[in-house]
Design a protein around this ligand. Structure first.
Ligand code: FES
Length: 118
């Protein structure tokens, strides 16, 4: 789905599942020469979801590497660009300029207590 050479292939270790707050999110950046791939993962109880860190509204990065992807009440993913709100479970925008659109999935999975790319 991506011609971006910086996008990691399957099986790349991202972090320990237990290092993610519940709920919580964390961003990751990968570089290949001058190309950059940005993604983030969201923990939802015992599950984890991954999304490309690019808002469907204007393509801006959603948040920061400090885990600032969620709203203060931790119920939604927030785009800092124009305050769009997304459901963490499926990435659908429920409020904002891109309502009805969705974040691009970045497949991740749990493997031995680690979050890895799928
Ligand atoms: S770039 Fe995300 S709401 Fe505008």
């Amino acid at each position: 789905m991506s011609g971006n050479p910086a996008r990691p292939g399957p099986g790349v270790d991202l972090c320990a599942f237990d290092d993610l707050p519940d709920p919580g999110a964390r961003g990751f950046r990968f570089r290949e020469d001058k190309k950059l791939f940005a993604g983030f993962v969201v923990r939802l109880g015992g599950a984890v979801r991954g999304y490309v860190d690019s808002c469907p509204h204007a393509g801006w990065p959603m948040g920061g590497l400090d885990g600032g992807y969620l709203t203060r009440d931790e119920r939604h993913i927030l785009c800092g660009g124009h305050a769009a709100l997304f459901r963490p479970g499926d990435g659908v925008c429920v409020a904002g300029p891109c309502a009805g659109e969705r974040l691009s999935p970045w497949p991740v999975k749990l493997q031995g207590g680690r979050v890895v790319t799928a």
